[in-house]
Write a protein that binds this ligand. Structure first.
Ligand code: 0A1
Ligand code: ZN
Length: 895
């Protein structure tokens, strides 16, 4: 394996390119072990930059020939960079031809041109194009591409690249060719090629603009029956972007292709999106409701990139959130709009917040914390993070909160009006939003608002309320602070929109009137906190209200509020804002968990949850008007990682013991209610992944889980048998997997039999088999049994570390997803982690670096975990030939 170079790239060092590449003609002779690439470019000097040699990026290429204006020419190599000193002076265009070969079959990094299942695919973001040919592989160099693919016709009948098919035909020796031309200029990271034995589901659509388009979803021949949902999601995406943002599809043909070997979720290559099969294929028998939702949102995400990413792209990789934060925001809005009802929208919002807190909050509190617009990187692949994506999306959402939906649309319109066809920065986006809304609070506060891009860390907002009965006023004091993060010891105050309401004794929202207002408003109001501390006085408040704060999770902050249990119970019973209502329940559970963890070590109460809380949950569960999906969220306790995130010193086993006790108590105390809920929600008719039936399945599944858990702890004994029956008879994967995980979760004897049966049913369905590995890696640890089980599964004939999905399903599920089994007193979990990181690094550094991040929070671990974790990280760091990817993660971790 090639060792990584060692240079840090800094945002401040950005300089425009010394050359532009305007036109690219690529010819590929596709062969698995030796693909030949002829690259004919038209370049010219950038007149704004002092004259310098032409330096083209390359990575693991074999260079055969370089020709300048049709003549052989001198060149030299500086490491992997191809340097030409003698290119023409002046700014006239000149032609350069580079002929290289590469080895797709050996490409286990899955960057550049690689093979999957015997077919060819590419991945070029961020710096993969340089593994295909020498190039100015940076997003601000945008060229027009024409691509000819030549390959054996029988083996590779389908030949695809970006844009429109302009020519095709047969060649000698059983070969054929196809030529594609992309009418849009694009950066190299959006280039794509696919060649192989693929079939397509096709759909012609006419958009509002009256233009006809061909939509295609390409998969392996046996998978066509799993593409209907992806196609429907794509159609919805096209219609939605036109309706909500006035953004029409700009291509005659839009293609989606699925591969089972992919480092990430999917990739927005212009007109030729390449997807991990996990986000394309879905059928009721193998995909869960969550999988169906994920297909919809990832199809949306990649499609929406066509405008936010492709038409307007990033100037440099520090601006990554410009396209990613904005596109995640757009896909989240899309999924909410498709979900339909206010309740289904709220459920989606709560799920997004759960994910943000589970992944992004810890990142912002750990060694890899970085701003939404980072200042430096060693390896850009490490910055495809939840901070860039999900926190970036929250930043975009705050623009919308500050300028309103119409104002946001105006800002988007101005952004495209100004920057279509350009490579721009986060500052350009911010300026468009502010300039389109000149009288808004955003415009006034813009420089301060932009601290969201430059300062890392999750701000903490402290809230304190005071009711004055005599004056009929309610005073709310909000203060903000933000802990130091690596390289940023002090933070300046953020602009924090805090949406809030005051809930009266009758459970209804009180009218809100701040002391300087003429009249009250109904419902909610957004306070904009800009100072370290601010006090707001509401007048005309007849009786003591309960404040409902951060409604809809209006800012990505941690809200500290010393509410009484009565106040939280009041919100849980009444809050008109579903997010705050759910949050009140979570706070109650979290508080109990933290008290228990702090209580004398080892003495875990068997009944930590109090009666009032249990009664409130029962009321929600049996509520006649609430949706099942919302009920399921309220009745799900905060998970172990989220609880760990609230603590300064983390003892994973202690947290686990407390969570176990709470889970068991919830299962047994509400047994009759769970049985009712299961019976009431278990039938959902013919399978449809819509939010209402999915919600019913979710609640039935949760109920079954609780009932099996109770059964193995002295409760009613019939449930494991019923779960097994349901597992066997289920008409869809959601019900089947819920029943199986209920058995596995309860540790009942039937779990083994069910797992065996599942394997036999799905051994030839890769995505379903991933779930089988994952379920076992996430199983409750009983006396340390999970790690040996995971080790045994590493040797399973269906396991391979080379397939990212499979590696994630087993190894990541264990290291990232099973804290109690992973954090072992004997440190064997950490040794396992270190071995797999090193093993993976030699195969696929990007995937290895993701696994490396399982140890991000080691410094907050209690002993003996802390020292053992440090030792394992140091062992990885000491390996001499680490990739940049892994080296950056472990050195930051130890810093
Ligand atoms: N831009 C893609 C994510 C992506 C990034 C890097 C990749 O390299 C392996 C692949 C995909 C997105 O946001 O969907
Ligand atoms: Zn994206």
């Amino acid at each position: 394996m090639r060792e990584g170079h060692n240079t840090v790239t800094r945002r401040q060092d950005y300089a425009p390119p010394a050359f532009w590449i305007d036109i690219v003609h690529l010819t590929f002779d596709l062969e698995p072990t030796k693909t030949r690439v002829l690259n004919k470019m038209v370049l010219r000097r950038n007149p704004d930059v002092p004259a310098q040699p032409l330096r083209l990026d390359g990575d693991e290429l074999n260079l055969a020939r370089v020709m300048l204006a049709g003549q052989g020419c001198s060149f030299r190599m500086e490491g992997e960079t191809l340097v030409l000193e003698n290119v023409p002076e002046g700014t006239e265009p000149f032609e350069l031809e580079v002929f290289t070969t590469c080895n797709p079959e050996k490409n286990s990094k899955l960057m550049g041109l690689f093979m999957s299942g015997g077919d060819f695919f590419t991945q070029c973001e961020a710096e993969g194009f340089r593994r295909i040919t020498y190039f100015l592989d940076r997003p601000d160099v945008m060229a027009t591409y024409t691509v000819t693919l030549r390959a054996d016709k029988a083996r590779y009948p389908v030949l695809l690249s970006n844009g429109n098919l302009v020519d095709e035909g047969d060649l000698e020796g059983g070969r054929h060719f196809a030529t594609w031309h992309d009418p849009f200029k694009k950066p190299s990271y959006l280039f794509a090629v696919v060649a192989g034995q693929l079939v397509a589901r096709e759909q012609r659509i006419t958009t509002r603009a009256g233009r006809e388009h061909l939509l295609q979803v390409y998969v392996r021949p046996g998978d066509l029956d799993q593409t209907e949902h992806a196609m429907n999601s794509l159609i919805h995406s096209v219609l939605w972007d036109e309706a909500r943002f006035g953004l029409a599809l700009d291509l005659d043909r839009f293609m989606v292709v699925a591969t089972s070997d992919f480092n990430a979720g999917a990739m927005e290559n212009k007109g030729l999106n390449i997807f991990n099969t996990k986000y394309v294929l879905a059928k009721a028998s193998t995909a869960t409701d969550a999988d169906f939702d994920a297909v919809e949102s990832v199809i949306g995400h990649e499609y929406f990139h066509n405008w936010t990413g492709d038409r307007v792209t990033c100037r440099d990789w520090f601006q990554l959130s410009l396209k990613e934060g904005l596109t995640v925001f757009r896909d989240q809005e899309f999924s909410q709009d498709l979900a339909g009802t206010p309740s289904a929208r709220a459920v989606k919002r709560i799920q997004d917040v759960i994910n943000l807190r589970a992944a992004q909050f810890p990142e912002d509190a750990g060694p890899m914390a970085h701003p939404v617009r980072p200042d430096e990187y060693l390896e850009i692949s490490n910055f495809y993070t939840t901070t860039i994506y999900e926190k970036g999306a929250e930043v975009v959402r705050m623009y919308q909160t500050l300028v309103g939906r119409d104002g946001f649309r105006k800002g988007m319109d101005l952004y495209f009006q100004r920057h279509d066809g350009q490579a721009v920065t986060c500052d350009d986006f911010a300026a468009a939003m502010a300039d389109a809304n000149p009288d808004s609070e955003l415009a006034r506060l813009l420089p301060q608002f932009k601290r969201w891009y430059s300062q890392a860390g999750t701000p903490v907002v402290k809230a304190q309320g005071q009711y004055n009965a005599a004056a009929r006023t309610y005073t709310l004091t909000l203060s903000q602070s933000c802990a130091a993060t690596p390289g940023q010891p002090h933070k300046a105050p953020f602009v924090i929109p805090v949406r809030m309401g005051l809930v009266g004794a009758d459970g209804r929202d009180l009218p809100l009137q701040l002391d300087h207002w003429q009249r009250p408003v109904e419902g909610s109001h957004t306070l904009v906190l800009t100072e370290p501390t601010a006090t707001y006085t509401f007048v005309g408040v007849d009786s003591e209200p309960v404040p409902s704060l951060l409604r809809g999770f209006s800012a990505p902050v941690d809200l500290e509020w010393e509410a009484t249990p009565e106040q939280l119970l009041h919100l849980l019973a009444n809050d008109s804002d579903p997010f705050s209502r759910w949050e009140a329940g979570q706070r109650l559970a979290l508080r109990t968990a933290i008290e228990q963890i702090a209580a004398s070590a080892g003495a875990t109460s068997a009944a930590p949850l109090n009666d009032a809380y249990l009664a409130a949950l029962r009321t929600v569960l049996r509520h006649p008007d609430l949706d099942a999906a919302f009920k399921a969220l309220v009745l799900t306790l905060p998970d172990e990682d989220y609880i760990a995130d609230q603590l300064d010193v983390v003892d994973p086993q202690r947290i686990h013991a407390v969570c176990d006790a709470m889970a068991l108590q919830l299962a047994t105390a509400l047994q009759a209610d769970w049985a009712w809920a299961f019976e009431e929600h278990q039938h959902t008719g013919a399978y449809s992944p819509d939010p209402v039936s999915a919600g019913r399945r979710e609640l039935a599944g949760l109920a079954l889980h609780q009932l099996c858990l109770a059964a193995t702890h002295g409760g009613e004994l019939v449930w494991p048998g019923r779960a097994y029956q349901r597992f066997k008879d289920a008409g869809n994967m959601t019900d089947r997997l819920n029943a199986l995980s209920a058995l596995v979760g309860s540790g009942h004897d039937l779990a083994g039999r069910a797992l065996q049966r599942y394997y036999e049913l799905f051994r030839h369905e890769p995505l379903a088999l991933d779930k089988w590995f994952s379920l076992q890696a996430r199983a409750p640890d009983r006396g340390g049994n999970v790690l040996p089980q995971v080790r045994a599964l590493l040797k399973h004939p269906d396991f391979s570390l080379r397939t990212p999905n499979r590696a994630r399903s087993l190894v990541f599920s264990f290291c990232h997803g099973n804290p109690a089994a992973f954090h072992r007193a004997d440190a064997a979990g950490y040794a396992f982690w270190a071995d797999r990181v090193l093993e993976l690094d030699a195969i696929n550094p990007q995937v290895a670096a993701r696994l490396a991040r399982a140890m991000d929070s080691w410094a907050r671990l209690a002993e003996p975990y802390r020292s053992a974790a440090r030792e394992a990280i140091a062992r990885v760091a000491a390996k001499p030939s680490l990739s940049n990817d892994v080296r950056e993660v472990v050195t930051r971790s130890l810093a």
